[in-house]
Design a protein around this ligand. Structure first.
Ligand code: HEM
Length: 469
């Protein structure tokens, strides 16, 4: 059957899990170096293939995409996410869900000025709250996360919260803990029996309880009973309203085979928070971390802003073309930080011939995005933070095909347009208004990240000195 090479002896029951040493991401890189861009690993009972490098990943997700649109039947998708919601669904239900969410988010302004206005409200809140610290050392990550969460809350439920609001404090607590628990409970994915270990050793009970709480909170926010649904409505205030209306339309038309139901309404909105909050927040926080570490670049960013936009008004999305260095800085932040090191797993629904090997039907397929974002043959000096790599000799932005922080193909990130708009508007406003200094003059915060499901900056504080007196 010509399977891709594997790293060594697969033991009964555990497969290759016994060969993982230290950080799993580093281990995957080490195997790529030894085995090449495509290799297989047996993770307990699951056959997995890991894809590396732009050519193979794009061939898989662009040429063979129809065979790679499903999720594997593992514990996370099956039991934790109950095979519901945009991230875990497969087949026709996924297609229906994706197309409904995409068109509704577009109608609600994704990628357009209405969304920019919503984000601007949060930008103002971010600037005012940072300013209130009057240059005292401040960890901005929580505040950024509140603002990013508010953008999703606004789009989905027409709600927003101040950072001290108890609801948002609990919600962010749940989200953070969920990400930790998805890491500490990962072994259950391969050995579901571990969920019965005494003392909740693999955090199954806690994980289930947090997800229950999050679903209940979302149901509360949806506020179904107070909403008047009119099936002939064509314009909506928010995603939940559009979704509830569509559910009623399906009922009216007697459609039973549909993913547009209440369970998926809750799970898909939960998916948007899970996929969109940490990732966007981490990218913005990394950009601030890099500004502090590279003060000359920070000055250049501000100078560009002063020259192109000035300081009399806050930057808006149409200023993007006038701010090529900021665009390049953001692209380099996305490349260098690599906030999502591995794409979300897919299932091969047919045999796929790739890179001289056969990926057999039923195999889980993972892509290593780091292997593209840090590929020496694509970037030359991938371990150096150098925004200029995205600018040509005239200072215009160069688009590089290897910049794929959002994945690639038909099942790539659903929120790319929203995330890109948020990252640009939040950072443009921060660059215009503040100079960020390290907490102590002679001590730069480390750029070495913590790596789990996502990459996150180690906690650091900055002094934000207002430039607009
Ligand atoms: C900087 C921010 C973000 C990054 C780096 C990011 C990255 C990714 C990546 C790598 C994937 C997997 C793609 C694949 O398997 O090929 C993904 C999937 C997804 N993302 Fe994002 N994302 C970000 C922000 C967002 C936002 C703001 C939202 C929504 C509000 C979102 C919603 C989703 C969803 C729903 C999926 C699953 C799509 C599906 O299964 O069809 N993401 N994202």
């Amino acid at each position: 059957r010509n399977p891709p090479p594997s790293p060594g002896l697969a033991l009964p029951i555990v497969g290759h899990l016994h060969l993982f040493k230290g950080n799993p991401i580093d281990q995957l890189h080490a195997w790529k170096k030894r085995l090449g861009n495509i290799y297989s690993i047996q993770m307990g009972p699951f056959r997995c293939v890991m894809l590396n490098g732009y050519d193979l990943i794009s061939e898989a997700h662009l040429k063979h995409h129809e065979s790679l649109l499903e999720r594997p039947n593992n514990f996370s998708h099956e039991e934790i996410f109950q095979y519901s919601g945009i991230i875990s669904l497969g087949g026709d239900k996924w297609k229906e869900q994706r197309s409904f969410l995409q068109s509704t988010l577009r109608a609600l302004g994704m990628g357009r000025n209405i969304m920019a206005e919503r984000i601007k409200g949060e930008t103002d809140y971010l600037l005012t709250t940072i300013d209130a610290a009057q240059g005292e050392p401040l960890d901005i990550s929580n505040l950024v996360m509140v603002c990013v969460t508010n953008v999703i809350c606004g789009v989905t439920f027409s709600k927003r919260f101040n950072q001290e609001d108890k609801t948002i404090v609990y919600w962010l607590g749940f989200l953070r803990r969920l990400f930790q628990l998805l890491g500490s409970s990962a072994a259950i994915n391969f050995f579901p029996i571990l969920k019965y270990m005494p003392g909740d050793k693999f955090n199954y009970a806690e994980l289930s309880s947090i997800l229950r709480n999050m679903r209940e909170t979302i149901w509360g926010w949806i506020d179904k009973d107070n909403r008047k649904i009119n099936v002939s409505d064509q314009a909506f205030e928010n995603l939940a309203q559009a979704f509830l209306t569509e559910i009623e339309r399906k009922k009216r038309d007697g459609v039973t085979r549909t993913s547009l139901d209440e369970a998926n309404l809750i799970s898909s909105t939960l998916s948007l928070f899970n996929a969109g909050t940490e990732t966007t927040t981490n990218t913005i926080v990394f950009a601030v971390l890099y500004m502090v570490n590279f003060p000359q670049m920070q000055s250049k960013l501000h100078q560009e802003m002063e020259d192109a936009v000035g300081t009399d008004r806050t930057p808006n999305i149409s200023d993007k073309n006038k701010l090529p260095f900021l665009s390049a800085f953001i692209m380099e932040t996305q490349r260098f930080a690599g906030v999502v090191p591995l794409g979300i797993d897919r299932l091969a629904t047919k045999d796929i011939h790739l890179g001289g090997y056969t990926i057999s039907q039923g195999t889980s397929v993972m892509v290593n995005l780091d292997s593209v974002l840090r590929d020496e043959s694509a970037w030359g000096d991938p371990d150096i933070f150098r925004p200029d790599r995205f600018l040509d000799a005239d200072g215009s932005v160069i688009v590089k095909k290897e910049l794929i922080p959002f994945g690639i193909g038909k099942r790539n990130c659903l929120g790319e347009g929203l995330a890109s708009m948020e990252i640009f508007l939040f950072l443009a406003a921060l660059v215009q208004k503040f100079e960020f200094l390290p907490e102590k003059d002679d001590e730069l915060p480390t750029m070495k990240p913590n790596v789990g499901f996502s990459r996150i900056a180690q906690p650091f504080k900055v002094r934000a000195i207002s430039r607009l007196k």
